[in-house]
Design a protein around this ligand. Sequence first.
Ligand SMILES: NC(=O)c1ccc[n+]([C@@H]2O[C@H](COP(=O)([O-])OP(=O)(O)OC[C@H]3O[C@@H](n4cnc5c(N)ncnc54)[C@H](O)[C@@H]3O)[C@@H](O)[C@H]2O)c1
Ligand SMILES: [Zn+2]
Length: 337
Amino acid sequence: MRAAVLRGPGDVVVEERPVPQAGPGHVVVRVRSVGVCGSDTHYYDHGRIGRFVVESPLVLGHEAAGEVTALGPGVTRLAVGQRVSIEPGVPDLTCEQCLAGRYNLCPDMRFFATPPIDGAFAEYVVVHEAFAHPVPDSIDDDAAALLEPLSVGIWACAKARVSAGSRVLVTGAGPIGLVSVQTALAFGATEVVVSDVNPARLALAGELGATTLVDARESRVTDLPRSPQVLLECSGVPAAIGEAIRALDRAGRAVLVGMGGDEVPLPLSVVQERELELTGTFRYANTWPTAIALVAAGKVDVNRLVTGSYRLDQAEEALTAGRRDQQSVKVVVHPQT
Ligand SMILES: NC(=O)c1ccc[n+]([C@@H]2O[C@H](COP(=O)([O-])OP(=O)(O)OC[C@H]3O[C@@H](n4cnc5c(N)ncnc54)[C@H](O)[C@@H]3O)[C@@H](O)[C@H]2O)c1
Ligand SMILES: [Zn+2]
C-alpha cells in the first residue's frame, strides 16, 4: 500500500509499505477520507508538539474513516464491508482513569499520528474493533472522518453543561469552533456568539447558525449586551482567552479547548468574584454515538467545513493549504486516490 510519511520538518514522501495485518480484536480499514488537523500541520512544520517529537518516520492524519476489509481473530462487532468512522485514540482500558470512564485521560493512550504511533495518511490502517464506529450511509466518508473534530466540540459542550436556553460564547471559528457552534445549538443553546479575526470564518459561523458575530479586530466580547453563561474557548490565543473569561456572566463556565501558550494570564479577581468554573478539555470520551446521531439527524453539518480535497500524493499540499488560503477551513485527503 501507499502511505504518506513525514521524515522530518517539511519533508513528506509517499512510500510503499506492507498492508498491516489485524491482530486479535482488531480490523483492517481501507481509508477513504482523512481530515487534516492543525496538529498534523504543526508536526509537518516543526517535527514536534511539546514533549512529542518525531524521531522516526511518522504517518500523519488522525481524523479518518473508511470501510472494513479484514477481521482479526475474535472480532464480533464488525463485518467486512462495514463503513466506519475511526476513533483514533485507544486507551489501555485497565488503568484507574479508564475504569472511571475517563479514558481520554488514560496515561497509556495510543493515539494516531502522535509519535511513535502512525496515523491514517495511508491506504489501510488497523483499528481496535471497539474504536471503529459503524456509520449509516447518510453520513458520507468526509463527514465520517470529521466526527473526530466534532467529538472535540461535543466533549466541550458536555463539559460546559450547555443546555436548553444557554447563552454561549465561542472564541475562534476554526474547525473546532465551528463544530462547537453547531453542537451548542444542537444541545439547545439559544444565543451563540462567535468571535474571530478572519471574516470568511465568521461568515461561515453565521451560516451555521451563530446568532452574533464579533470581529475581534474591531469589537470586544466584553461589550456584548448580555453576558454569556458559557465560554467555549477555541482560539488558543492568550489575549483572547483572558478577554473571553472577562466577558462571562456570574457563575459562568469556561472550557478551554484551544491550545496556545503553555501559560496564559488569568483575570483572577473575575474568576473569584463571579465564581467562574474553569476547565480544560483533552480530546473526548464516548462521543462517537452522539456525533453519529447528530450528523445522521441533520443537526450538525460537518461537510460545510470542507474547503478542499487532495490525493494521497498531494499530502504536502493538503498540510499547507491553511497557510496558503485564508478561506481554507478544513481540507481532507482521500488516500485511495
Ligand atoms: N483540547 C483538545 O483536546 C483539542 C483538540 C483539538 C484541537 N484543539 C485546539 O483547539 C484550537 C482550535 O483548533 P482549530 O483546528 O479550530 O484551529 P484554528 O487555528 O483553525 O482556529 C483558531 C481560530 O482562532 C482565530 N483567532 C485568532 N485570534 C483570535 C482572537 N483574538 N479572537 C478570536 N479568534 C481568534 C483564528 O483566526 C482561527 O480561525 C487549537 O488551539 C487546537 O490546538 C484542542
Ligand atoms: Zn487507561
